[in-house]
Ligand binder design. Structure first.
Ligand SMILES: *[C@@H]1O[C@H](CO)[C@@H](O)[C@H](O)[C@H]1NC(C)=O
Ligand SMILES: *[C@@H]1O[C@H](CO)[C@@H](O)[C@H](O)[C@H]1NC(C)=O
Ligand SMILES: *[C@@H]1O[C@H](CO)[C@@H](O)[C@H](O)[C@H]1NC(C)=O
Ligand SMILES: *[C@@H]1O[C@H](CO)[C@@H](O)[C@H](O)[C@H]1NC(C)=O
Ligand SMILES: *[C@@H]1O[C@H](CO)[C@@H](O)[C@H](O)[C@H]1NC(C)=O
Ligand SMILES: *[C@@H]1O[C@H](CO)[C@@H](O)[C@H](O)[C@H]1NC(C)=O
Ligand SMILES: *[C@@H]1O[C@H](CO)[C@@H](O)[C@H](O)[C@H]1NC(C)=O
Ligand SMILES: *[C@@H]1O[C@H](CO)[C@@H](O)[C@H](O)[C@H]1NC(C)=O
Ligand SMILES: *[C@@H]1O[C@H](CO)[C@@H](O)[C@H](O)[C@H]1NC(C)=O
Ligand SMILES: *[C@@H]1O[C@H](CO)[C@@H](O)[C@H](O)[C@H]1NC(C)=O
Length: 492
C-alpha cells in the first residue's frame, strides 16, 4: 500500500518538474507529447524497480534493497518489531532468532532489520544466521542494567575484570555458534553507553559492564559493513573463536569519558582478519588478548594467526593497537600493516607483567604511520594489574621476535619506548626503514631498557645503544656495548 502511494508521489513530482522546464525549450505539441510518453515510461520503470527493492523510505526515495544472502529471509517486523526507539523489541529479536534457527540445515536464514530505531535488551544469535542492518537501521541497547543478564566470569579471567563474580553479558551475544554474519548497508548497533560510563565512574555498578557484541567458543564469524557506537564496555569481543573476519566496520565512542570502550578485542582467537576499518574510541582501538595470569595460564588458549591491515585508528587515552596486558594464553603470529594512527596517546603497544607467563612472539609491524602521537612504539613489562593475589610472580612472560619495517610519521614526542626489565628482557627486536618526525628534538626520544636486537640501515631518530647496527646490505656495523642500559623517562 505504502509502495503505491509513494510511487504515485514520485510520478507527480516528475511531471511537475517537466512542466516547469518544457515550455522554455519546446513549442511543438508533438515533442511535448513524446516527452510525456518518455516520462511515463521512466516512471513505470522506476515504480517496478521500487517494487523489486521491496520497500521505500522517506516518502518516496527508494531505500537500498536488502540482498538475499541466505535461502530464507525474515523481516524483524514479522515478529512484532516496532522501530520507534521506545518499544522494547527483545521478544521480537528472540522470536526471529528462534525462527532463523529452524533453517540451520537448509543453509541458514537472514534477519533483516529495516530502517528505524529498534530498542532492545540483550539477545542471543544462532548458527547459520545473517543479521542484516538496513541503511538507517539502528539497534539500540537498553541502558537499564536490570535488563542485562549476568553471566559467569570468562574462564581465562576467573573474574569479571572490573568486579569479582559474574559479569553482564553482551547486547548481542552468542556461544558455541558456527557460520554467523552480522552485516548490512552500514546500519548501526548503538550501545547507549553514556549512562553505563557515568555509573562506572560513580562506582554505582556491582558487576563488570557488558560488551556490545560478544561471540564465544564459535567459528566462521563475519562482521562487515556496519557501524558500532557507544558500547558500555569493549565493543567487539570474540572469545575463544576460530576463523573470524571483521571488515569495513566503523567503531565510534567519545575519545574522552568513555572508559574501556576498546574497539576490537580478539581474545584467545585464531585465524582472524581485521581490515578496512575506522576506529576512534575511548580506549585501545584493538587489543589482542588471551587471558589473565593463573586463570589464563590454566585455560591455555593463545591468540594466533591474526592479520590486522588497512586501518585508520585513534585513541586519545590509550593506544592504537595493543597486545596484552592479559596475554597469559600466549600471543603469536600477529601482523599489523598499512595502519594510520592519528591524534593518539600511544601508537602500537605490547604490555605485560610478571605473573602473566606465556609469550608474545612473531609480531610483525609493517607500514605504520603516526600522525600526532605522543609515544609511537611502546613495550611495557610491569603492567601490574592482577585478578587476585593468587598469581605466580615467577610466571614470567617471554617477549621476542618482534619487527618494525617502514615506520613513518610526524608530530611524535617519543617514537620508541621499549621498557624491558631484568626479569622480562625483550629479545630479537628489528627496526628497518624508520623515520619519524618529532615534536621536540631532545634526549630520550628512542628509549630502551633490557632490549636485544638490531636496526638495519638508516633509522631516524638515532636508535638507542642497546641495539646492534647493520647496514642496508645486512652487514654488522657496530655491536651493541650493552643491551641492559636503561634510558626510560616517563616524564618525557
Ligand atoms: C519489513 O516490514 C515492514 C513493515 O511491514 C516494511 O515496511 C518493510 O518494507 C519490510 N522490509 C523488507 C525488507 O521486507
Ligand atoms: C543466551 O545464551 C547464553 C549462553 O548460551 C545463555 O546462558 C542465556 O540464557 C541465553 N539467553 C537467552 C535469552 O536465551
Ligand atoms: C558508515 O557510517 C559511519 C557513521 O555514520 C560513517 O562514518 C562511515 O563513513 C560510513 N561508512 C560508509 C562506508 O559509508
Ligand atoms: C549494588 O549493590 C548494593 C548493595 O547490595 C545495592 O544496594 C545496589 O542497588 C546495587 N546496585 C546495582 C546497580 O545493582
Ligand atoms: C571461514 O569462515 C568463512 C565464513 O563463514 C567461510 O567461508 C570459510 O570457509 C571459513 N574458512 C575455513 C578455513 O573454515
Ligand atoms: C561491503 O560494502 C562494500 C561497499 O559497499 C561492498 O563492495 C561489499 O560487497 C560489502 N561486503 C559485504 C561482505 O557485504
Ligand atoms: C600466520 O598468520 C597468517 C595470517 O595472518 C597465516 O596466513 C599464516 O599461515 C600464519 N603462519 C603460521 C606459521 O602459522
Ligand atoms: C601504507 O599504508 C598507507 C595507509 O596508512 C597506505 O595508504 C599505503 O598504500 C601503504 N603503502 C603500501 C606500500 O602498501
Ligand atoms: C628474530 O625475529 C625474526 C622475525 O622478526 C625471525 O625471522 C628470526 O628467526 C628471529 N631470530 C632468532 C634468532 O630467533
Ligand atoms: C643483561 O641482563 C640479562 C638479564 O635480563 C642478563 O642475563 C645478562 O647477563 C645482562 N648482560 C649484561 C652485559 O649485563
Amino acid at each position: 500500500m505504502m509502495v503505491e502511494t509513494s510511487t504515485l508521489g514520485h510520478f507527480h513530482h516528475q511531471r511537475l518538474d517537466l512542466r516547469r522546464w518544457v515550455p522554455a525549450f519546446f513549442t511543438s505539441h508533438k515533442t511535448l507529447l513524446t516527452l510525456l510518453w518518455i516520462a511515463a515510461f521512466a516512471s513505470v520503470f522506476l515504480w517496478q524497480r521500487n517494487i523489486v527493492g521491496g520497500f521505500l523510505v522517506y516518502g518516496g526515495i527508494p531505500g537500498r534493497p536488502m540482498p538475499m544472502l541466505r535461502p530464507m529471509a525474515f523481516n524483524l517486523t514479522d515478529f512484532g518489531g516496532v522501530g520507534d526507539g521506545v518499544t522494547l523489541n527483545t521478544e521480537a529479536f528472540e522470536r526471529a532468532v528462534s525462527a532463523v534457527s529452524k533453517f540451520g540445515k537448509k543453509g541458514g536464514a537472514q534477519l533483516n532489520v529495516p530502517p528505524g530505531r529498534w530498542l532492545t535488551a540483550p539477545f542471543n544469535l544462532t548458527s547459520h544466521m545473517t543479521l542484516f542492518l538496513a541503511e538507517d537501521a539502528v539497534i539500540l541497547g537498553i541502558d537499564d542494567e536490570k535488563y542485562w543478564p549476568l553471566m559467569p566470569p570468562l574462564p581465562s579471567y576467573g573474574y569479571g575484570r572490573e568486579h569479582p563474580g559474574p559479569r553482564y553479558g553482551s547486547l548481542i551475544h552468542g556461544q558455541h555458534l558456527k557460520d554467523v554474519v552480522i552485516t548490512g548497508h552500514n546500519g548501526t548497533i548503538n550501545g547507549q553507553g553514556q549512562s553505563w560510563w557515568k555509573k562506572y565512574r560513580q562506582k554505582r555498578l556491582n558487576h563488570t559492564r557488558g560488551p556490545l557484541v560478544q561471540i564465544m567458543f564459535s567459528s566462521d564469524i563475519v562482521i562487515t559493513n556496519i557501524t558500532l557506537r557507544d558500547s558500555p564496555f569493549w565493543t567487539i569481543h570474540p572469545y575463544d573463536c576460530k576463523n573470524i573476519t571483521i571488515k569495513g566496520v566503523t567503531i565510534l565512542a567519545p575519545v574522552f569519558g568513555a572508559p574501556n570502550t576498546d574497539g576490537i578485542d580478539p581474545d584467545s582467537c585464531e585465524d582472524m582478519l581485521i581490515e578496512d576499518c575506522y576506529i576512534s574510541v575511548g580506549d585501545d582501538a584493538i587489543a589482542v588478548k588471551s587471558g589473565w595470569d593463573q586463570y589464563g595460564i590454566d585455560y591455555g588458549r593463545p591468540s594466533m594467526n591474526i592479520m590486522i591491515r588497512n586501518l585508520v585508528v585513534r585513541s586519545m587515552v590509550s593506544a592504537g593497537i595493543s597486545i596484552g596486558s592479559e596475554m597469559s594464553g600466549g600471543v603469536s603470529n600477529v601482523t599489523v600493516e598499512n595502519l594510520l594512527i592519528w591524534d593518539s596517546r600511544r601508537g602500537v603497544r605490547i604490555k605485560t607483567a610478571p605473573g602473566r607467563g606465556a609469550y608474545v612472539r612473531q609480531i610483525t609491524y609493517r607500514n605504520i604511520t603516526f600522525e600526532n602521537v605522543r609515544v609511537g612504539i611502546v613495550m611495557k613489562t610491569d603492567y601490574n594489574e592482577h585478578p587476585d593475589d593468587g598469581y605466580d610472580p615467577l610466571a614470567l612472560p617471554i617477549l621476542r621476535d618482534i619487527s618494525f619495517t617502514t615506520v613513518h610519521g610526524q608530530g611524535v614526542r617519543v617514537p620508541v619506548r621499549i621498557h624491558g626489565s631484568e626479569e622480562i628482557p625483550v629479545r630479537n627486536v628489528t627496526f628497518k626503514d624508520m623515520s619519524v618526525g618529532l615534536t621536540y628534538k631532545k634526549k630520550h626520544i628512542f628509549q630502551c631498557a633490557f632490549v636485544q636486537g638490531r636496526v638495519i640501515g638508516t633509522i631516524y631518530p638515532a636508535p638507542c645503544e642497546n641495539l646492534d647496527r647493520y647496514n642496508e646490505q645486512g652487514q654488522l656495523v657496530k655491536h651493541s656495548a650493552s643491551q641492559n642500559v636503561t634510558d626510560i623517562d616517563y616524564d618525557f
